[in-house]
Design a protein. Structure first.
Length: 322
């Protein structure tokens, strides 16, 4: 009888018992000490235990939303102000705000939309910073593709500059289609940037390099909306798939800024984040839980005023019990 030896130098294969994988968890923790707990989940086998749902849309890997979710993804988290005696104007009700719990992974089929939205918000701030410094307000959406191969990133930047785009964001799509109709191979890049595309340059680009450049109408969509839409079915560049094992490494971003909007040329100040407070008494918010099977209704912008007898704190006590 031969013994199977597993070391921390190589990730286990499908033939390894899941119990053996758990036995070397400490070695994996040391090997991937620069990863957080959620990224360590991606280092498990493809057929190993998964928490939550796994690729419900049957998306090709590694597209946004093609992985599996973890425990708690998409669940509501509640925070509120317990200073009911300072809420006389609201009939001594408590203020409660809610938000969805997210794992922050682009491959999660539940949280990928929120991840795309967060990246799009940062992109919108970069466009606003550029327009405030250089003027203008027009955002272009252009697609670049080659019939036989994928374009390199350096080629994409050169072609975008050639047709008249002097700065923006580049994103990569490896497939075309939709979740309903299915996905097929179709490598192309999207560029959301600033400039002016010349038709003569587009024709010259195709004659010389056989690269198709297509300007996509904005359809009254902002820079934030355009980036979020593209990201929802983009390739997650921060994930490397080695053989049949998921190994997540912090290597590249899904959105790459180039030209006059590159991160080395345009500095964007981080916005001031204010801690959520009660709008009436300006008190700090703390974690709250619905009491028993209470289902809160009547939300407006994910916040509202509710009776205190339906909520409890971390200690399990009702609000009116202290």
């Amino acid at each position: 009888m031969t013994e199977q030896v597993v070391t921390c130098e190589t990730l286990p294969t499908k033939s390894v018992n899941p119990a053996v994988v758990l036995s070397i968890k400490s070695d994996l923790d040391f090997q991937y000490r620069f990863m957080n707990a959620r990224e360590l989940l991606d280092a498990k086998l493809e057929n190993d235990e998964k928490i939550g749902i796994s690729n419900p849309y049957n998306r090709p890997i590694p597209m946004f939303g093609s992985g599996y979710s973890v425990r708690g993804c998409g669940k509501w988290i509640y925070e509120g102000c317990r200073n009911i005696f300072d809420h006389e104007k609201k009939k001594f009700q408590i203020f409660v705000r809610r938000y969805e719990k997210t794992c922050g992974r682009p491959l999660c089929p539940i949280c990928y939309g929120r991840v795309a939205g967060r990246i799009a918000v940062r992109g919108e701030r970069r466009f606003k910073a550029y327009f405030s410094k250089n003027g203008g307000r027009t955002v272009l959406h252009v697609e670049f593709s080659h019939k036989t191969r994928r374009l390199e990133w350096k080629e994409l930047y050169q072609f975008a500059k050639f047709v008249g785009i002097h700065g923006g964001a580049g994103l990569y799509h490896a497939w075309r289609g939709s979740d309903k109709k299915g996905w097929r191979d179709g490598k192309h890049h999207h560029v959301v940037g600033v400039g002016w595309v010349l038709k003569s340059k587009v024709q010259a680009l195709y004659r010389k390099h056989k690269v198709v450049c297509k300007v996509i109408p904005a359809k009254k969509r902002s820079a934030k909306g355009t980036l979020k839409y593209i990201l929802t079915h983009a390739v997650s560049e921060s994930t490397q798939w080695i053989k049949k094992v998921q190994e997540t490494t912090r290597t590249k971003h899904s959105v790459r800024w180039f030209g006059s909007m590159a991160t080395t040329k345009l500095k964007v100040d981080k916005p001031d984040t204010e801690k959520p407070m009660c709008p009436l008494c300006k008190g700090e918010l703390e974690r709250l839980y619905p009491y028993l099977d209470y289902q809160p209704k009547g939300w407006f912008n994910n916040q509202g005023w509710f009776n205190q007898q339906n909520w409890c704190g971390r200690d399990g006590k009702l609000i009116d019990e202290g």
